[in-house]
Design a protein around this ligand. Structure first.
Ligand code: ADP
Length: 259
């Protein structure tokens, strides 16, 4: 996996992977990676064979969030053996980079890296491969949708207007790329004070559902601002791996887009 990846022609969907689901957002910081890791773990707990590909080239979070951070083996210098965490088969561009090293790659190199992570990684039989996209509408999302028969995309947004504005652009991109949108997920919809139970809608209320309704797209559900979710992600044990009400919320969400 050394050197600079260069793109090759040809499709990028591994034959042993049943479906690829891209998880995107308009803006960074809305919780796309948190939602991706927790959905992956929730699906794995439901008996699905799940892969998680962290394609957020500019800020790969999955090594930390999934608590798996070492260089994957490549016995023949060509194929890459993915890592395992919480029942999920995992590959991240972050495995190949120092955590504090910025990536300044141009489009063709991004495409090459994405292609390597799809075709040279021994994913094995997977019911679903979730792809944690970089935020926005850049090269990675476009290449993935154009070249790898993506089954569908999920867009994560907070209810805040600025986030929704950008989420709309991401939705528009998926439409242009003819990638079906499986639904919208609202993250950080409400904060419930653990002491008094008061609910505060810090980023606004109802905006994601309203947007989904307006566009005729499925609204998959809302996740609250939750301290335990953040702590669990930082500790490398996604909240969905435990037995809290949040784990149940993720389990319910996971059932909504894969039968
Ligand atoms: P993105 O992938 O969209 O950039 P992240 O998943 O990295 O977003 O989340 C950004 C920050 O917000 C992280 O520190 C994460 O732990 C935190 N976070 C995400 N979702 C929640 C949530 N529902 N409750 C509390 N903190 C959250």
């Amino acid at each position: 996996f050394g050197g600079h990846p260069t793109p090759q022609a040809g499709p990028m969907k591994p034959a042993s992977v049943k479906r690829i689901i891209a998880i995107g957002s308009g803006k960074g910081g809305v919780g796309k990676s948190t939602v991706s890791s927790n959905l992956a773990v929730a699906l794995a707990r439901q008996g699905k064979k799940v892969g998680l590909l962290d394609a957020d080239i500019y800020g790969p979070s999955q090594p930390r969030m999934m608590g798996v951070n070492k260089r994957p083996a490549s016995p023949d210098g060509k194929t890459i053996i993915p890592l395992q965490g919480h029942g999920v088969t995992l590959m991240s561009i972050g495995f190949m980079l120092a955590e504090d090293k910025a990536v300044v790659w141009r489009g063709p190199m991004l495409m090459g890296a994405l292609q390597q992570m799809l075709t040279q990684v021994e994913w094995g039989d997977l019911d679903v491969l979730l792809v944690d996209l970089p935020p926005g509408t850049g090269d990675v999302a476009m290449t993935l949708c154009q070249k790898s028969e993506v089954t569908g995309a999920i867009v994560v947004s907070t209810p805040q207007d600025v986030a929704l504005l950008d989420a709309r652009k991401a939705l528009n991109m998926f439409e242009l790329l003819k990638t079906p949108v499986l639904g919208l997920i609202e993250n950080m919809g409400v904060y419930c004070c653990p002491k008094c139970g008061h609910e505060a809608h810090i980023f606004g209320q109802g905006g994601v559902k309203a947007e989904a309704d307006k566009l005729g797209l499925p609204y998959l559900g809302s996740l609250p601002i939750d301290l335990e979710t953040r702590v669990a992600g930082d500790a490398g044990v996604p909240i969905a791996a435990g037995d809290s009400p949040m784990a149940e919320a993720y389990a319910a969400l996971a059932r909504r887009f894969i039968e």
